[in-house]
Every structure is written in C-alpha cells, then in structure tokens.
Write a protein that binds this ligand. Structure first.
Ligand code: HEM
Length: 551
C-alpha cells in the first residue's frame, strides 16, 4: 500500500464504516509494515544501547565527553569531514574546555586544548608514552619483523628499553658540536654544487615544490649516508616517492595491506637497497649520526634485514618535514617583496668578500653559519613563523596506566592523548588577534615586549620527544634560503607572475608540516654575483649550529 492509500483508508475510518473498519486498516498497515517497524525499533534500541554504553562507561572525572549525537561515530565523521581543521573547529566550538574526550569504537582519545595543560602532559613521559607510537609505525608502516618490534616493545618506559637508549645514542650526533657541523657542511656542500651548476647555465625553470624536494632530499641524504648514499640511485628515489604517500594510510591500518601493494613493493625494494648499503659497511663512511644509529640496532641484536626496514623510517624522519618546511620558507621569503627585501639586506650584510691575491685575483664570498645566526633575525623569525603557520603535528601519547592529569582529569589506561599543534599555533590568547595571519617579524624580540608562551609553539614538538633533528634541519633550511637570496631572483611563472599561497587540505597527517596541494613553476634567475665562488663556513671557534630554540 502506498502513502495515498494509507491516507485514504485512514480518512475513510472517520466515515460511516466506524471503528471496526479503522481497526482493520491499522492492523493491515501494521502487518504490511512489520519489517519497517522492526527495523526502526531495532535501530532505536541499538542507538539507545550504544548511547547508554557511552554514558555508563564514561567516568565523571574523565575530560568532558563531546560529539555524542551518533555514539562512537560522530567523532569519525567530524575528523573525516573537517580533516586538518577539525581540532581548531572543536576548540572554537567548546572554548571553555581545556581538554575533552572523543569516543571512537574501542578507543578513547583525550584532546588537549589548553596551553597550560601541555607541560603536565610532557612531564608524564613515563606514563603517557610516545614509544608505542614509534613501535606501531615500525611494524605496520615499515614492515618490521615481529622479533624486532618485540625488542622495541619490551620496555618502553625506562632508560633500559630500546627506544630511550636509541634516542639517547643519536642525540649527541645531532646536537651542537663537530658531528652536527659536519652534517650541515656536507648538506650545504651538495646544495652549493647544485646552485653553482644552475648559475653557470643561466636561468632555469622548475616546478617549485618538486625542485626543492629533490634538492633537500639529495643534500640531506648525502650528508647522512655519505659517498654511497642509496638515494643517489634514481630507482631508489622513485621507490621512495611511491612509498611515501602510503605511509599515513599504512600507519592508520584501517584498509587491508593489499590496497597498498604498489607502495609496499616499493618500500621493500628500498629496504633491499638499504640492506646492500648496510651489508657492505658503507655506513662507516657516512655521518657520525648514521654510524651511531646503526650501531644501536646491532647492539640490540636487531637483524640487518630489520635495520634495512627501519632505514625507511629514518629516511622519513630526515626528509618528510624538512622538505615542506624548506618549501614554505622559500615561498614566504620570495613571494612577498617586503620579506624579500628585509631578509636579503640582512643576509647580504653577513657576507665576507675576499679577493684572492694568488692566481687571477678571483673573489671568494663566504657565508658563515655563525654570522647568519647572529645577523639575520628577520630570516630566523620568518622560518619560525613558517613552522607556526604550517606546523601541524598531532603529538600522540598512549596512556599506559590510569592517570589523573594535572590533578584534575582522569585518563584511562589504553586511551590516547593528543596535543594538536594547530590549536596552539592558532590561539589568539598566545599569539594575539592576528594569530591566523603570517607575520614574518612575529618572532623578532622587541625590548619591553613579553616573549610568547613557548608551550604554544609546537613546530618541533616538546618535552622529552622534542625533535632531535631540529638543529640540522634549521641550519640546512636557513642556509639554503640565504644562498638563494644572495645568488638568485625567483620569478613566478604563469598566472601573471602572481604568487598565490597553495591550500594544504590534502596534507598527510603523518607529517608535522603541511604540504601544498599543488605545485607551480618558478624561474631561478642568477643575480650578477651568482656565478662567482661562494663558500659556506661552519665550525672553527665560532658557534655555528643554528640551534632552533636560540634563534
Ligand atoms: C623541519 C624539519 C623537521 C620538523 C618540523 C620536525 C618535527 C618533529 C616533531 C614535531 C617531532 C615530535 C613528534 C611528537 O612529539 O609527537 C619530531 C620528532 C622527531 N624527529 Fe623531527 N622534525 C624535523 C626534522 C628532523 C630531522 C632532520 C631528523 C633526523 C635527523 C628528525 C628526527 C626526529 C626524531 C628521531 C624524532 C622522535 C624523537 C623521539 O622519539 O623522542 N627530525 N620531529
């Protein structure tokens, strides 16, 4: 019976036929629609069941529960719908909540909004653990064997466990000192050679992101892996480009692995290339960093096949964030005439010119890392503003036992704590009313003005997991940008020469920095001094490391 028929029958029940006819009509309707009634009833019962489950399993002392309209599913819908904007949207929707709970199927997520709660989270690094996140990625995204992952998982709390020992072992090779200077010197050596070659051949048109990606990839991996850098083989670089976009999906692990068959095959080929590098002992000619890194695995009896798999993870740490950060820095410096002028003036003042008396009187121009550090506050501030505006790390911690955060909020064992950088970076309380705008001078220290709250800056994370590679990345990016400023003009090709900031909505959330949604062409035009001899100097008696937090 269709709708019109039902209406007609029910209207008929008010006529002379009386209540008997009406009863018949209703029972016929009920009989014919029993399936619909059962379904609606079932759905209602299911809804009530899950709603009750949600309410009864939520402790009153946990952070307030939100997004419960469709129990366990509303948060997923919100995350999928709003993607990167989800966390800021939630902060604005619930401005009075320092922290809140999201309930997903089988999982509690405690989101941290309030800047003042961040030190409390970071202090509890033995209870709110980062190593399980690394162990998980080692298994599902890098394909580590069960044996190797068990070694990583065995003790994730004390200094006796693999992860803490590992981080402790690599830190000195990435901290101020000769090992870091060598890393930076070699990376800048590769970049200089590439710029020399462009300068020698006149202008060059490139796709901006792709060009920076390749340059940073080669410079970083040359300096880390040494003369036998596997990424120098174009086949290995191509395999990285096939594997990299799948890392986020492999880490989330919702879809079956065969969906990513091509990416996994590329990952395995790349691991084989690293295995050959490892077996030949080529790391011994690489940086101190890669030597310590490798020795650490060996001392925990992790097999070469697994070491090779974890090289893929190391490659991710090395380049996944350095590349987009370099891109946005160069973009913001060259796309805005004011930023360009101010940064170029600063950098030009640091250059020392030496005329060689021997030979034919050639000139040598030297950029010193120490002089850039001391003399370029606007460039340094622009770099930090890039990390503030484009930094999007979602620091995740696993709750290893019930814990009352800051004496107020019960966090239950097995839950996740998340500190989304974007919430902090777009906080008006921390950064003022123009928090959403790019202000290249924001980080320049002005006398009498208070410094911004350091907890609201999450570009390199914070606490015990503060990025150990931050000095290397900072030095590489700032000196690359400085060399470009000195030697090249950059012109936007197409679109009437207008620089338009790319959206970043499709960014992989495995990364700590947004990635542009599209690429575009630029032309590198050598300035009159471009083809002269340029030298980048490090070390000596000077303090050369561009230490991120000292900028
Ligand atoms: C601009 C470039 C970079 C950015 C923005 C960046 C960002 C970050 C962030 C935000 C974290 C903390 C993650 C968290 O707490 O959840 C982190 C951790 C880490 N980063 Fe970086 N990173 C960069 C470059 C590098 C480089 C070049 C290396 C390697 C030499 C590196 C190695 C690491 C490692 C090993 C960790 C984990 C630390 C731990 O487990 O305690 N990063 N990075």
């Amino acid at each position: 019976m269709d709708y019109a028929g039902i209406v007609q029958a029910l209207q008929g029940s008010n006529t002379t036929a009386g209540p008997l006819v009406a009863d018949n009509v209703v029972s016929r309707f009920a009989a014919e629609h029993s399936l619909l009634a059962t379904t609606v009833g079932g759905l209602a019962a299911t809804y009530v069941f899950f709603w009750a489950l949600l309410q009864f399993t939520q402790d009153a002392n946990e952070p307030p529960l939100v997004l419960t309209a469709v129990p366990f599913l509303s948060p997923i819908v919100g995350i999928v719908r709003r993607s990167l904007d989800f966390y800021v949207y939630m902060r604005d929707k619930y401005p009075s909540l320092p922290t809140y709970t999201l309930r997903l199927p089988g999982l509690r997520v405690y989101m941290v909004n309030s800047t003042s709660l961040i030190p409390a989270v970071q202090r509890q690094w033995r209870t709110l653990l980062f190593p399980p996140v690394t162990a998980w990625a080692s298994e599902v995204a890098m394909g580590g064997s069960k044996e190797a992952v068990n070694i990583i998982r065995e003790d994730m709390v004390t200094e006796n466990g693999f992860m803490h020992a590992f981080i402790k072992a690599i830190h000195p090779a990435l901290s101020k000192g000769p090992a870091l200077d060598n890393l930076s010197r070699n990376a800048l050596g590769t970049l200089s050679k590439s710029l020399d070659s462009i300068a020698a051949h006149g202008s060059k048109r490139v796709d901006m992101y792709e060009w920076i990606r390749h340059e940073i990839m080669m410079a970083t991996t040359d300096s880390v892996y040494g003369p036998h850098n596997p990424l120098r083989d174009p086949a290995n670089e191509a395999d990285w480009l096939k594997y990299h976009p799948a890392i986020m999906f492999l880490t989330v692990n919702l879809l079956p692995q065969w969906v990513f068959g091509g990416a996994i095959a590329a990952r395995n080929r790349l691991a084989n290339a690293f295995l050959r590098y490892h077996d030949a002992g080529h790391y011994k000619q690489g940086s101190v960093y890669i030597q310590r890194w490798t020795e650490q695995f060996a001392s925990w009896s992790i097999t070469p096949a697994d070491v090779a798999r974890f090289h893929n993870g190391n490659l991710f740490a090395l380049v996944a964030n350095t590349i987009p950060t370099a891109f946005w820095t160069i973009y913001h410096v060259f796309s805005d005439p004011t930023v360009l002028r101010e940064c170029r003036e600063e950098v030009e003042r640091t250059v020392t010119l030496e005329t060689l008396l021997k030979g034919n009187g050639d000139e040598v121009r030297t950029i010193s890392a120490a002089a850039i550090k001391e003399g370029c506050p606007t460039l340094a501030s622009t770099f930090q503003e890039v990390l503030r505006i484009h930094g999007m790390v979602n620091s995740v911690r696993v709750v290893s036992e019930n814990h009352v955060l800051d004496g107020k909020y019960l966090l239950k064992k097995g839950g996740l704590v998340m500190v989304p950088a974007r919430v902090q970076h777009r906080s008006k309380e921390a950064w003022g009313d123009n928090a959403d705008e790019f202000d290249h001078r924001r980080f320049i220290r002005k006398p009498g003005e208070p410094l911004p709250n350091p907890n609201a800056f999450r570009g390199f994370g914070g606490g015990t997991t503060l990025c150990p590679g931050r000095h290397f990345a900072t030095t590489e990016i700032l000196l690359f940008t400085a060399m470009l400023l000195l030697r090249f003009d950059i012109v936007r090709v197409g679109d009437g020469g207008k620089w338009v900031l790319s959206t970043a909505a499709n960014s992989s959330q495995a990364e700590a920095v947004e990635q542009p949604d599209y690429d575009f062409q630029i032309e590198l035009r050598p300035r009159p001094v471009a083809a002269r001899k340029w030298v980048v100097s490090f070390g000596g008696d000077e303090e050369s490391a561009l230490v991120a937090e000292e900028l």
